[in-house]
Design a binder for this molecule. Sequence first.
Ligand code: SF4
Ligand code: SF4
Length: 111
Amino acid sequence: MSTPADCRACGACCFSDSPTYVRLLGDDWSLLGPEAERWAWFEANRAYLRMEAGHCAALAWSHDPGSGAVRFHCSIYDRRPTLCRELGRGSPECEAERERKQAEVLRRVTA
Ligand code: SF4
Ligand code: SF4
């Protein structure tokens, strides 16, 4: 499975059924600014991104009207948390995410 040239063609690492999938670290909450409570929630003293329907609540996607290809979009890209910033496209962690999730992700967004 070759690494896509653009994360917008993939989205795999933004999918999970775990409500505590993306932990907010350090200044991540502050970085989200006034919208922090829209995108994040607390469990005890730990903050996480909200998840809904098996993916991060900040993830959106659309279908290219010409090709029909799916294009993913992070609604908070400039303010995305540390964990998202540190997951480099093409890294072993990225490859593992794609290997585990890509087929199911494509099934979900094209169903
Ligand atoms: S970092 Fe990897 S798994 Fe995440 S969207 Fe980009 S290509 Fe997909
Ligand atoms: S904040 Fe953006 S990059 Fe991070 S999991 Fe959510 S949609 Fe994906």
